[in-house]
Design a protein around this ligand. Structure first.
Ligand code: NAD
Length: 286
């Protein structure tokens, strides 16, 4: 193992469900954080959801009472990407769109020191392809956190073809500093977790579409029958139906097997703008 040192300042781009969760966990583990979003409303929302989540963890006895204030003091909520200038790690967590993510990588090349590491939280896009947007592909790596980040202990680490051993070593140390467990995945569509999870969610939508069972019975069946904490339809609503659809499209395109074809019912919900919890309605109403 290569000797390496702890990162000091972490930049996070995108303050949605994932970016805000990653910022929270970095701050509770003592990192200075710059949380960036182009949308000020999203930053406002992130601040209040981080505060609510920290207070909940205190009330459950999982964090000391002083933690919410201490952690929030460590996070700067910024609309200007240039604020990430002195960060030694940036984690991109904007929506699942390759061109938009590539544009962020290009901008970070101009803003950050070439020795800094760039992680991407993409659920499915090729790390090798994303890294090709950067002049320094050796510093780009997949750091795939699970939702909700403060509660789920696992991070999937994905090397692109040109990711350097130094980038990997620094990233593994960072995950250890966050008390997260890691698994390593090679850079293939869906990596490990979504390659297995998304076909299950997709099949649940097909069972619903064919009228074989109600959403409630599918979820209750999978919870009680296979000991999962959440049924697949409720989980899809939680992840975001648009995110599920785009991961399935990547699996379908990337692996070329018809078994990954997105369910037309899932497609229909997304077309209607019913994206799950984040829009207060998906298959279920929230
Ligand atoms: P989200 O839609 O909740 O948030 C995305 C945020 O990015 C929004 O606040 C938006 O304003 C911001 N944004 C868009 N363009 C930007 C730009 N150019 N600069 C700065 N901010 C910008 O999305 P999410 O669910 O948090 O997902 C983010 C990433 O994490 C995606 O790649 C997704 O695939 C991945 N992911 C999601 C989950 C999940 O369960 N939702 C789990 C693991 C990984």
């Amino acid at each position: 193992m290569i000797e390496t040192t702890r990162f000091n300042q972490i930049g996070i781009i995108g303050s949605g469900q994932m970016g805000s969760g990653i910022a929270q966990v970095c701050a509770t583990h003592g990192f200075k954080v710059f949380l960036n979003d182009t949308n000020p409303n999203s930053l406002e929302k992130a601040k209040s959801s981080i505060e609510t989540s920290l207070n909940k963890l205190v009330s459950k006895g999982l964090l000391p009472v002083e933690s919410p204030k201490k952690s929030l003091d460590l996070i700067d909520f910024v609309t200007d990407l240039n604020s990430l200038k002195n960060c030694d790690l940036a984690i991109e967590a904007i929506h699942e769109n390759i061109d938009a993510k590539g544009e962020i990588l290009r901008k970070l090349d101009e803003i950050m020191d070439p020795a800094a590491v760039i992680g991407t939280n993409t659920s499915s896009i090729s790390i090798t392809k994303l890294a090709s947007y950067s002049l320094y592909p050796e510093r780009v790596i997949g750091i795939h956190f699970m939702n909700p980040v403060p509660l789920i202990n696992l991070v999937e680490i994905i090397n692109g073809l040109k990711t350097s051993p130094g980038t990997l070593a620094k990233t593994l140390l960072f995950c250890k500093n966050l008390s997260k467990e890691t698994i390593r995945s090679d850079d293939y569509p869906g990596f490990v977790i979504n390659r297995i999870l998304m076909p299950m969610i997709n099949e649940a939508f097909e069972v619903l579409r064919e009228g074989i069972a109600t959403a409630e019975d599918i979820d209750r069946g999978m919870k009680q029958g296979t000991n999962q904490p959440m049924g697949p339809i409720a989980l899809a609503d939680f992840i975001g139906l648009d995110t599920c659809l785009s991961i399935l499209e990547v699996l379908h395109r990337g692996l070329g097997d018809p078994k990954y074809r997105p369910s037309p019912l899932l497609q229909k919900y997304v077309n209607a703008g019913l994206l799950g919890r984040k829009t207060k309605q998906g298959v279920y109403t929230y």
